[in-house]
Design a protein around this ligand. Structure first.
Ligand SMILES: NC(=O)C1=CN([C@@H]2O[C@H](COP(=O)(O)OP(=O)(O)OC[C@H]3O[C@@H](n4cnc5c(N)ncnc54)[C@H](OP(=O)(O)O)[C@@H]3O)[C@@H](O)[C@H]2O)C=CC1
Ligand SMILES: CC(=O)N[C@@H](CCC(=O)OP(=O)(O)O)C(=O)O
Length: 342
């Protein structure tokens, strides 16, 4: 029997992407769809690519509307999820695509988000060591941020194999959809087209503590992270270039072996053959992550590069993958590694 899923924030980018995936999921029936300023509007005018749902009208984001579903996806701005989630029964699987329940350290939360910490839920990045166990049977799931997904996938194998020093330097380029639909001056077409620009430089980006949390848990020691995001003139995609100094004595063969071991059985992560490089265009609209790793002998550094679609593997695909695990379904149900090209 199909599970009934509601989506709160169905007018936004993350809500739209989870609906796109759920429409192709054989085990899910789509229930209530909610919005905020767009409550009362038909979805067809807000998400015109979701043709089968064009006639559906958004309801207000209220617990009474979301109650009575087996699964509730929350695609709301930061800080809005807890008040809704606490009114939903413990038997309802609540999947938060916002940041509210990702961090374990309340001080980190308060420093980077400036509000009271709501709590910590099982973390929806199944590829991390131990994550599938915590997700199996879970009824609350925190979906990772898009940059932490790309970066954690690229670097955790090096820390799991203890071949990297505990300091990582990361630059990542993201498409503009990562910033959501709400109009912002720096996202105007004339600002973004034909240009790339950094932001959140110098340790200020709120995804930094999430990366530190993930990598430190794998390494068993604190990993420092210097993270610089950049905005790229594309709608979707993240390309993360991550590097860390190799431990003394580590060879190129050790590096390759660590990554081959980490991803050997992963359905959505592909370690590319040597000489091929990840590209955002190759994962557009798919739940795949492409990874490549190189050993820079002269600098004695490990360079790991990942490409994901920020809205798919980076948000809604990760959410559906985690839902599948929580409900005991095949992890790949309703998810594709097939991209769109050219
Ligand atoms: N875009 C991305 O790549 C990623 C996004 N996320 C997370 O997903 C969540 C949604 O992001 P995204 O879809 O990009 O954002 P959008 O701005 O595109 O959408 C926001 C959604 O939240 C609703 N909303 C706005 N204000 C409120 C409010 N006060 N109470 C309840 N609902 C509200 C909006 O409804 P309405 O339009 O009707 O006003 C809309 O449906 C965020 O927490 C974001 O961090 C996570 C990973 C990646
Ligand atoms: C391009 C861009 O602006 N990206 C967003 C990250 C999007 C995301 O995954 O973040 P949350 O779920 O944590 O909001 C940013 O840097 O704030």
């Amino acid at each position: 029997m199909a599970v009934r899923a509601a989506v709160a924030g169905a007018s936004g980018y993350a809500g739209g992407e989870v609906l796109r995936l759920l429409l192709g999921h054989p085990g899910v029936e789509i229930g209530a769809l909610t919005g905020h300023s767009n409550a009362g509007q038909a979805l067809g005018g807000l998400q015109p690519h979701l043709t089968p749902l064009a006639g559906r009208v958004l309801e207000p984001t209220e617990a009474e509307v979301l109650a009575g579903h087996d699964v509730v996806f929350l695609a709301l701005p930061h800080g809005q999820s807890a008040a809704v989630a606490e009114q939903l029964g413990e038997d309802v699987l609540v999947i938060d695509m916002g940041a509210d329940f990702r961090l374990a350290d309340a001080a980190d939360w308060e420093r980077f988000y400036g509000s009271e910490h709501a709590g910590t839920w099982p973390y929806g990045l199944p590829e991390l060591p131990g994550a599938r166990g915590a997700l199996t049977g879970a009824r609350r799931i925190a979906v990772p941020g898009c940059y932490p997904t790309a970066v954690s996938l690229a670097l955790f194998p090096a820390y799991a194999a203890d071949i990297a020093e505990p300091e990582a330097v990361i630059t990542a380029a993201s498409g503009t959809s990562g910033a959501g639909k709400t109009p912002k001056a720096h996202l105007l077409g004339s600002e973004v087209m034909g240009s790339m620009s950094p932001y959140g430089v110098g340790g200020g980006h709120r995804h930094t503590p999430e990366m530190i949390q993930n990598l430190s848990a794998v390494a068993g020691e604190r990993i420092t992270v210097s993270f610089t995001p950049t905005l790229a003139p594309m709608a979707r995609g993240i390309l993360a270039t991550c590097s860390a100094k190799a431990r003394p004595g580590v060879t190129a063969a050790d590096v390759r072996a660590a990554y081959e071991k980490a991803f050997a059985d992963e359905p959505f992560v592909r370690l590319l053959p040597e000489g091929q490089w990840p590209a955002t265009a190759s994962v557009y609209g798919s739940n795949a992550a492409q990874i490549q790793v190189a050993y820079d002998e002269s600098a004695h550094r490990i360079i790991a590069i990942s490409a994901i679609d920020n809205l798919t593997k980076g948000t809604a695909g990760g959410a559906v993958q985690s839902m599948n695990i929580a409900l005991g379904l095949d992890e790949t149900t309703g998810l594709s590694t097939i991209g769109v090209a050219p």
